[in-house]
Design a protein around this ligand. Sequence first.
Ligand code: FES
Ligand code: FES
Length: 166
Amino acid sequence: MAKSHITLTVNGKAVEALVEPRTLLIHFLREQLALTGPHVGCETSHCGACTVDLDGKSVKSCTMFAVQANGADVRTIEGMAAADGTLHVLQEAFREMHGLQCGFCTPGMITRAYRLLQENPSPSEDEIRMGISGNLCRCTGYQNIVRAIQYAAAKISGVPFREAAE
Ligand code: FES
Ligand code: FES
């Protein structure tokens, strides 16, 4: 099959590649760029495990072709930590608040939470739950994921994190 030439930015680095028109963005990231943080859970846009940040939006990367990302600025979970390995505040938050168990949903969940906090730096619990409603977790029951996002929001805003009364 004829391949298309694409150029894009991934985690701050310029990338050039040849891709088949049928290649999904998730497969391009995982198989051609070896960025295996975004996971394949369903390939039908339901689970959110494949979520990446693309041009300022959360995108389920199983729902678009790699050629559609031509010219885009993409960020995956691999692009969250600082160059010296310091965790992004959301990664720290998920660790501190026990926001993961098996970890399969975590890259997509954190990438989605990153965009949620960009759009709304101090979301209510309901806004967090709505904001991550496209990302499924089979393990945690979501409570600690919500706490982790609240922890990160507080830290970013420089206010003390206060646990909501149960
Ligand atoms: S793998 Fe993309 S939404 Fe499930
Ligand atoms: S931690 Fe296992 S699916 Fe979310």
